[in-house]
Design a protein around this ligand. Structure first.
Ligand code: FAD
Length: 435
């Protein structure tokens, strides 16, 4: 029916934040019928990071319902039945195309209207496409992107259809690195292309990147740096045939996977809510400039108490924690109570091949590498500290055990003084273990 549907709480977006918010709503005692999650995806919220990792394995691949939230953080899996039991409406396959924050209503592509008392914006990000930059031939078939499960399914299909074929991965960020690894594991001939002098330049130092680049080369992934894909040629079928590089080289490709960044999905709310740093501006409770409207996850630009500035964070740990904070804040404000301000310690991770790294804190100032970062060694284990104004502010660790990762997290939070880079290089993990 086209009749208005009305809810006390609506979450627009059905990704990681929405799932963790739902669990917190249940903990806080939301009543049946009060909460709806509206998502353009066809499935209940799931742990998005699985899509570039185990979802693409040739054997034993992860599939839903295996990685619905909240398994990624060691919690209970919220299956569609769970939402039904709690009386939380999952309104799937429903894209919101218009939001009117003044009249508190949302309109779907099919013309349905949804009303709310309190709104949580959890629309996440969308990938940047080469067609957005008018790259010639970028509309060819088998030039693929990865954000949602539909994209991952297309990638799985292409991997099957082009068995043992040639893949070109465009982009040297974490998506590029994870996808290159998984395509190699699927026995593709893999070439990675990126313009920067080394991979993951926003986080990795030259030293850290050198380890991953030679590890990848050893696994048979070839890396082409300092140039970009400037055009594509197609077969008569419309499928991609070649990748033309700006430096004049031409690479054959059966599949091209592009990971060149993402953009927060804030369009629906443009001009209606304060924005900053490309996101929707919030306070430490994820409240926006509009009463009864919250924003969480990738779209939120929030105060980072630890650093005294405001930031937007596009990582899964923050999407989970910001969602929980917003829901706690909503219930607290209804009960006239206060909760603590969000005090986030940045945490990112990635996994590929047999590798696994974690990073905590801020990668600013001078960096020093420690440990065994020889990519040829049996069990490499190394890390890096970042030091600013005489304090350790960031820590990275490859191959760490759980308690070692906890130790570097503690360092990044405590920001202990460090007398010299040399001492940190020498003490390595021991320095962290003492904190
Ligand atoms: P999302 O999880 O993206 O959810 C947004 C939801 O909103 C989606 O369901 C979308 O369909 C829906 N939506 C958007 N617009 C509308 C609309 N108009 N109407 C209805 N629904 C809408 N982070 C890490 O820290 N480590 C990792 O290893 C890692 N791996 C990743 C791998 C991949 C392939 C991707 C894409 C991301 C990865 N991330 C990783 C980042 C992490 O997944 C995101 O930061 C996190 O998912 C953000 O959560 P969110 O809820 O803000 O957005």
């Amino acid at each position: 029916s086209m009749a208005d549907k009305s809810f006390k709480y609506v979450i627009v977006g059905g990704g990681v934040s929405a799932g963790y918010a739902a669990r917190e709503f249940a903990k806080q005692g939301v009543q049946p019928g009060e909460l709806a999650i509206i998502s353009k995806e066809a499935v209940a919220p799931y742990e998005r990071p699985a899509l570039s990792k185990a979802y693409l394995f040739p054997e034993g691949a992860a599939r839903l319902p295996g990685f619905h939230v909240c398994v990624g953080s060691g919690g209970e899996r919220l299956l569609p039945e769970w939402y039904a039991e709690k009386g939380i409406q999952l309104i799937l396959n429903t894209e919101i195309v218009k939001a009117d924050l003044a009249s508190k209503s949302l309109t779907s592509a099919a013309g349905e209207t949804f009303k709310y008392k309190t709104l949580i914006i959890a629309t996440g990000s969308t990938v940047l496409k080469l067609t957005d930059f008018k790259v010639e031939g970028a509309d060819a078939k088998n030039i693929l992107y990865l954000r949602e499960i539909d994209d991952a399914d297309k990638l799985v299909e292409a991997i099957k259809a082009k068995k043992n074929g040639k893949a070109v991965v465009v982009g040297g960020g974490y998506i590029g690195l994870e996808l290159s690894a998984v395509l190699k594991i699927n026995n593709f001939d893999v070439k990675m292309v990126y313009p920067e002098p080394w991979c993951m330049p926003r986080l990795f130092t030259a030293d850290i990147a050198a380890f991953y680049e030679s590890y990848y080369e050893k696994k048979g992934v070839s890396i082409i740096k300092g140039t970009v894909a400037s055009g594509f040629t197609k077969h008569d079928s419309g499928e991609v045939k070649e990748v033309q590089l700006k430096d004049g080289r031409v690479l054959e490709a059966d599949i091209v996977v592009v990971g060149v960044g993402a953009r927060p999905l804030t369009n629906l709310f443009k001009g209606q809510v304060e924005e900053d740093k490309g996101g929707i501006k919030t306070d430490a409770f994820f409240k926006t400039s509009v009463p009864d409207v919250y924003a969480v996850g990738d779209v939120a630009t929030f105060p980072m108490k630890l650093y005294g500035d405001i930031r937007r964070v596009e990582h899964v740990d923050h999407s989970r924690k910001s969602a929980e904070q917003a829901v706690k804040a909503i219930f607290a404000s209804e009960q006239g109570k206060d909760i603590e301000a969000y005090d986030y310690l940045p945490y990112f991770y990635s996994r590929s091949f047999d590798l696994s790294w974690q990073f905590y804190g801020d990668n600013v100032g001078d960096a020093v590498i420690f440990g065994n970062h020889d990519p040829a060694s049996e069990k490499p284990k190394f890390g890096s500290y970042w030091i600013k104004d005489g304090k350790v502010v960031g820590a990275f660790l490859e191959g760490g055990a759980a308690e070692e990762n906890q130790a570097i997290a503690k360092v990044a939070k405590a920001q202990p003084a460090a007398s010299s880079l040399d001492i940190l290089a020498k003490e390595g993990l021991e320095f962290a273990s003492k904190i």
